[in-house]
Design a protein around this ligand. Structure first.
Ligand code: FES
Length: 153
């Protein structure tokens, strides 16, 4: 009972505050209280993803467009990403972890991403397998191109 009264007073702050005591109680007593007390999503513990920037548009800067040759690409070992430019002005990105046995892919040339561990090759345009022994494509990675910057998407 007392809690309802307090909630009623709080709810009254936002609206008409003339006659909350007689008859017409403010309709919402528990719902606004519950939603207002929810913490914002950003306050969740970050666990071990310490490299994820908060509030940066487009995410972490991976490389620049000038560093990604047309028909080739660049392997970003620290980010675990391979960024390619299959045709001028078109960029793609994939996980740099080979789907065969988990080596990091080594290089990009002539439209092919190569893993030197056992020789698998993947198409730089879409990550699909061009030559085995890998059987699964490289998973795509979302990127955003802003000016000459390539950011994690
Ligand atoms: Fe890449 Fe085997 S781990 S080809």
């Amino acid at each position: 009972m007392g809690a309802v009264g307090v909630a009623g007073l709080l709810a009254a702050c936002g609206g008409g505050d003339d006659e909350p005591s007689t008859g017409g109680a403010p309709p919402a007593t528990t719902e606004p209280e519950a939603s207002a007390s929810e913490p914002p999503p950003s306050s969740e513990p970050p666990e071990d993803e310490a490299t994820t920037p908060a509030g940066e548009p487009g995410g972490e800067a991976l490389t620049t467009t000038a560093d990604v040759p047309v028909g080739g690409g660049v392997v970003l070992h620290s980010a675990g990403v391979v960024v390619t430019q299959p045709s001028a002005g078109t960029f793609a990105a994939f996980s740099s972890t080979c789907t065969h046995q988990g080596c990091s892919v080594t290089s990009v040339a002539d439209g092919l991403i190569t893993c030197d561990c056992h020789g698998s090759q993947f198409n730089a345009a879409d990550g699909t397998v061009a030559n085995g022994p890998a059987e699964q494509p490289l998973p795509p990675v979302a990127i955003v191109v802003e000016g000459d910057q390539i950011l994690a998407g």
